[in-house]
Design a protein around this ligand. Structure first.
Ligand SMILES: *Cc1c(COP(=O)(O)O)cnc(C)c1O
Length: 395
């Protein structure tokens, strides 16, 4: 692989991503699937991941911000696309003109949207969000009546179509948590109220990855999968990726930039929080917290070098960290694998989450733009993305 960037790279296996989408669709066979590609597809690259997800049959793509959704359209993404995190002054008109489903949680948003609709001269597609208990975005149940009435009036005036009613779970990654049932009750009530008021949404949806994997009664008309699509588990309680036939999509590795013998009692990296216990070999891994390696991995992060797990020795610096190879030797340029699917014996994103006191979502998402993404397993297409159920067995 002569084009492999020498310092470090995040290899993104799009064949694995497509297989994960198919596995998730099989788990929610009566629902449509929204591929969530917010935050640059959890660090994997939004444009190639959205394309791959659509090739594997994802009917919808979802982002948090309107800017993320508009960037996908600008890159040629066609098909149903939704974004949900709106702030006053955001590009409502551009989203309407780009045929993006927009989410509305309150009257201020409906006002900004209808002004944009008049400017654009075409109706909007709107999904109303109910806060069923997460306590984050979404319309409080006490305000739902007003929001539904305003949306219905705007729909009857031809300004918009309410295409969806939706919500988001707080604790779906803790199977059996009592809030799950409570949120479902509120959701069903909110949907049936809106339908009695004359709304006729195409899609009702509340399931994220953990709900998609563990709670079929939450699937409704659509599931919104993010982390599982990247082959990463939502939480240890839900299970390991392989329990669900999911394969990690990203492999993060770097090439050793220095290997040297040092005597015992040699301090390593800033603060000398690690001191060599005896004469040993130190290897320099040229990625640091500017690349998204958590500084909390100092002294704890696992790395595969020369077929063995090593541990970050001392502090993670901005651009580099060190591992102690014990008595083993290595060559400059040898590969250090931080995380990947695990099939070569390397740690996984879940291992990094455990070692650094965070969740695997953060481990993958925080890998920064300085790390080049290298795509493998891509399907070549003559006629553009968006073909439903495209098979890729020849890829
Ligand atoms: C991020 C997000 C998702 C996807 O969550 P996962 O747990 O990664 O599947 C779904 N819906 C909303 C509203 C989100 O913000």
């Amino acid at each position: 692989m002569s084009e492999t960037p020498m310092r470090a790279r995040a290899v993104v296996d799009l064949a694995a991503l497509r297989a994960n989408v198919r596995a998730l669709r099989a788990r929610a066979p009566r629902a449509q699937l929204m591929a969530v590609v917010k935050a640059n597809a959890y660090g994997h690259g939004a444009v190639p991941c959205a394309r791959a997800a659509r090739q594997a049959g994802a009917q919808w793509v979802g982002t948090a911000t309107p800017h993320e959704a508009l960037a996908l359209r600008a890159a040629g993404d066609r098909g149903r696309l939704m974004c949900w995190l709106w702030t006053p002054g955001d590009p409502w008109r551009e989203a309407v003109e780009a045929d993006i489903d927009v989410s509305v949680s309150g009257l201020w948003a409906l006002d900004e949207l209808t002004a944009a609709v008049r400017a654009a001269g075409r109706p909007a597609r709107v999904q109303l969000k109910i806060d069923t208990g997460l306590g984050r975005n979404g319309c409080q149940p006490g305000d739902w009546e007003k929001l539904v009435a305003a949306a219905r009036d705007a729909e009857q005036a031809g300004l918009l179509k309410v295409t969806g009613i939706w919500s988001h779970f707080a604790c779906a990654d803790e199977p059996g948590h009592p809030s799950i049932r409570a949120q479902l009750d509120v959701f069903r009530d909110a949907v049936s109220y809106a339908e009695r008021q004359g709304l006729n949404p195409e899609v009702r949806h509340i399931a994220n990855s953990p709900a998609t994997l563990t709670l079929s009664e939450t699937h409704f008309d659509m599931v919104r999968t993010g982390v599982a699509m990247y082959g990463v588990s939502p939480s240890p309680e839900v299970g390991a990726p392989e329990d669900f036939g999911l394969k990690p999509v990203m492999t993060l590795s770097a090439s050793l930039a220095s290997v040297k013998r040092v005597p015992g009692q040699h301090g390593v990296s800033y603060g000398h929080t690690y001191v060599t216990p005896g004469e040993t070999t130190l290897a320099l891994v040229p990625v640091g917290y500017a690349d998204g390696i958590p500084r909390a991995a100092s002294g704890t992060g696992p790395v595969l070098v020369g077929g063995k797990w090593r541990t970050v020795a001392g502090r993670v610096a901005m651009d580099q960290f060190v591992v102690d190879l014990g008595g083993d030797s290595a060559e400059v340029g040898d590969e250090a694998v931080l995380f990947g699917p695990g099939d070569r014996g390397e740690p996984t994103a879940e291992d990094w989450a455990r070692a650094t006191g965070t969740i695997a979502y953060e481990v993958i998402t925080r890998i920064s733009a300085r790390v080049p993404r290298v795509y493998v397993g891509e399907v070549r297409e003559e006629d553009g993305p968006g073909r439903d159920g495209r098979d890729d067995t020849g890829a």
